[in-house]
Design a protein around this ligand. Sequence first.
Ligand SMILES: Cc1ncc(COP(=O)(O)O)c(C=O)c1O
Length: 401
Amino acid sequence: MTSWPFGSWREVARQSNLLAPDGTLASTIFAEMSALATRTGAINLGQGFPDADGPVEILEAAVDAIRGGRNQYPPGRGVPELRTAIADHQRRFYGLDVDPDREVLVTAGATEAIAATVMALTGPGDEVVVLEPYYDSYAASIALARATRVTVPLRFPDYALDVDALAAAFSPRTRLVLLNTPHNPTGRVLTEAELTAVARLATAHDALVVTDEVYEHLVFSGHRHIPMATLPGMAERTITISSAGKTFSVTGWKVGWMTAPAPLIDAVTTVKQFLTYVNAGPFQPAVARGLALPDEIYADVAARLQAGRDLLVAGLLDAGLTVSTPAGTYFVIADAAPLGFDDGSQLCRQLPQLCGVVGVPVQVFHDDATAARSLVRFAFCKRPEVLQEAVARLGRLRPGS
Ligand SMILES: Cc1ncc(COP(=O)(O)O)c(C=O)c1O
């Protein structure tokens, strides 16, 4: 069968740069690079998933929930103990007051929270401001809503927010600012001054702010994650999205959530209930258990990740690349131009042969691919011995080695 000529898929593919000029559908770069890693035996630092389990307490809690018979549909907004744990978490870490019954919605990962939010709150003619580079589901969600993406560039190596460019991105049609901090793929953690600038502009244009904070606990020494909802006056116009996947190294569980004023939760629930209705029944009480774990567990996850970052950053520098040292997340961006590689996509296809490692070209996170021509993203959410081996292999890129 030739490709289906109707429906939304074509626009989603086009907006996500998956439609070739001849109309054929390309696979995502993540699928392509993971397949390349499998085929060549290269170390996969492309996709961002940990290769070790997180805290044993939450794994045990999931087993208990399955054995204890919690295997049917949970309530539409999430099991009460998880909604309460999310509200407690927001109070404990950020001093935010959230009503677990009216201001929390549990979703199928942060991905569903983002898609349902954008679809519920925007439509044709509406504009959504996003930082560029951006996580790939943002473009697809905006396309599904038939809204328009307006991007604000962050630039290597400091990835600071250009407030003038941000101001220029707003228009009378701006409905949402879709923000991500700590930021994938750059590892940037937005500062209070930057968040204040976003808050000021969103308020002036009567826009809502959607903040994707899935890496909220993966922040390294010297940096602090500040939720947008903690800024003065912003809780009433902010939708905060997070997920258990990154914090507890359970990316396959797909337990996400959002907190927002009750009318916004009602609007998003209206859409969400017809996407998945509910998911992850036995994992929801397990995540509730995880959110209540003591501070040391959270600190330990971040500390181990920071050690991984330090190892990989040192290795990349030693191999002769330029690096933007990340303040948080799973990822580091490196520039291969000093080694004479000026096309990151081409380099990523050659990397397994050159040194037995896989990364992803940063171009795929950009509308303006020229902004990231020679940049490659590597994930460091891997065991120390895997990163040590990756660093040894990356050393083969060093001129003369
Ligand atoms: C910035 C960002 N948002 C959302 C997600 C998706 O989260 P989940 O797996 O909970 O859907 C990811 C996963 O990589 C991400 O990097």
